[in-house]
Structure formats: structure tokens, C-alpha cells
Design a protein around this ligand. Structure first.
Ligand SMILES: CC(C)(COP(=O)(O)OP(=O)(O)OC[C@H]1O[C@@H](n2cnc3c(N)ncnc32)[C@H](O)[C@@H]1OP(=O)(O)O)[C@@H](O)C(=O)NCCC(=O)NCCS
Length: 172
């Protein structure tokens, strides 16, 4: 079924020239500046759901973090891609855009030859966990897994701390 909110929406790679507009919609200045830097040292790709000039959502696809040893052991880099930073602007949520973005990105990742998508959900984010489960994502192992959370300061610097996430994955 084509949802009205996702008619004529395209999922495209974000360009460095999109940076200011992205920050206006989603914030996270330092994160997006880092990701869109050329060349991106982390190998992540930021996608934008866009309809004309409007941004309806964003998602990042990349390798499982080098610091996340347990995850890398379970999801080898030539087989699985990590999905992060899925976000739909607050006023547009609950209209099927997040679902559409996930389905689109699954096609792209499969077309690129990868066989799995893996992602982490914060322990308190039951809404996101429900969304992924509805779309066929399964919980990896029982309980939470150690991960690294990166925080960005206003001055552009960042710091990391150990975190715990629920890990979900889907075979494509
Ligand atoms: C998660 C998110 C991208 C979903 O986008 P969306 O366009 O609203 O998604 P859809 O309309 O396709 O699906 C709605 C479902 O999203 C989930 N959801 C709703 N509000 C949410 C919220 N504030 N945070 C997380 N998930 C939420 C729920 O599962 C909801 O369905 P249900 O409550 O009827 O079961 C959006 O809520 C968001 O940007 N949240 C903040 C960022 C975030 O939590 N990202 C996920 C990180 S793992």
C-alpha cells in the first residue's frame, strides 16, 4: 500500500552541500558534519528521505563499530551493515515514514551484496523496538550488549562512553 506521506519521496545519499539544511531539520551538527566530511573516515553513508526540498527523515548505514568487539564477532563486516541514526522530524512521526525508510534501506543494503542489517536500540526506547520487530527484526541474544555511545558537544568536540543496547537484526 502506498502511504500518502511517502508518495513521491526519494531516499538519496546526503551530499556535503546538504549539511546546513540537514542541521536545520535534525540538529546534531557535529555528527552530520563528521559523517559528510570527504572522505568519511568511518565509511558511513547518510541517507535522506526527501520530497523536493523537504527532508522527511534520515538514516545512516555503515560498518559495525571497530570498538564493538562482540557485535563484530556476531556480524562480520563483509556480511552485515549497521543501521544507526534513524530519525523522522517529530511533527511527521507516526505516518509511516520510518517504516518506508527502513524498507527502502533494506533494498539498498541487499543490492550492495550484504545479507543482514543490525542495529542497537536504547533500553528505554520501546517505541523503536516495536517498530523494528513489526518489520521482522529479531532480538540478538538475551538482554543488552555493551556498545559505545558518542556524545557531541556544542563546540564540535565529542566524547564516548560505554553504553548498553538491545541489538536487533534481520536477514535480508
Ligand atoms: C523511530 C522513528 C524514526 C519512527 O518514525 P515514524 O515515521 O514515526 O515511524 P512509522 O510511522 O513508520 O511507525 C510508527 C512507530 O514508530 C514507533 N514510535 C513512535 N513514536 C516513537 C518515538 N518517539 N520514539 C521511537 N519510536 C517511536 C512506534 O513503534 C510506532 O508505532 P506504534 O506506536 O503504533 O506501535 C521516529 O519515531 C523517531 O524519529 N524517533 C526518535 C529517534 C529514534 O528513536 N530513532 C530510533 C533509534 S533506534
Amino acid at each position: 500500500m502506498l502511504h500518502v506521506m511517502t508518495a513521491n519521496v526519494d531516499l538519496a545519499l546526503a551530499e556535503p552541500s546538504d549539511l546546513d539544511a540537514i542541521i536545520k531539520v535534525f540538529g546534531h551538527r557535529q555528527y552530520f558534519a563528521e559523517q559528510l566530511a570527504d572522505p568519511d573516515p568511518q565509511g558511513n553513508e547518510v541517507f535522506l528521505a526527501r520530497r523536493g526540498e523537504d527532508f522527511l527523515g534520515t538514516v545512516t548505514i555503515g560498518p559495525v563499530g571497530v570498538d564493538e568487539a562482540r557485535l563484530r564477532a556476531g556480524f562480520p563486516p563483509d556480511y552485515a551493515r549497521l543501521l544507526t541514526h534513524l530519525e523522522v522530524p517529530e511533527q511527521l512521526r507516526n505516518h509511516g515514514i520510518g517504516t518506508w525508510i527502513i524498507r527502502e534501506i533494506e533494498h539498498r543494503v541487499a543490492q550492495d551484496g550484504f545479507r543482514q542489517i543490525v542495529l542497537g536500540v536504547d533500553l528505554g526506547n520501546a517505541g523503536a523496538a516495536r517498530l523494528y520487530q513489526r518489520l521482522g527484526y529479531r532480538s540478538w541474544r538475551c538482554g543488552s550488549v555493551p556498545t559505545i555511545k558518542v556524545h557531541y558537544r556544542e563546540d564540535g568536540s565529542s566524547w564516548s562512553e560505554p553504553d548498553r543496547c538491545l541489538i536487533f537484526f534481520k536477514d535480508l
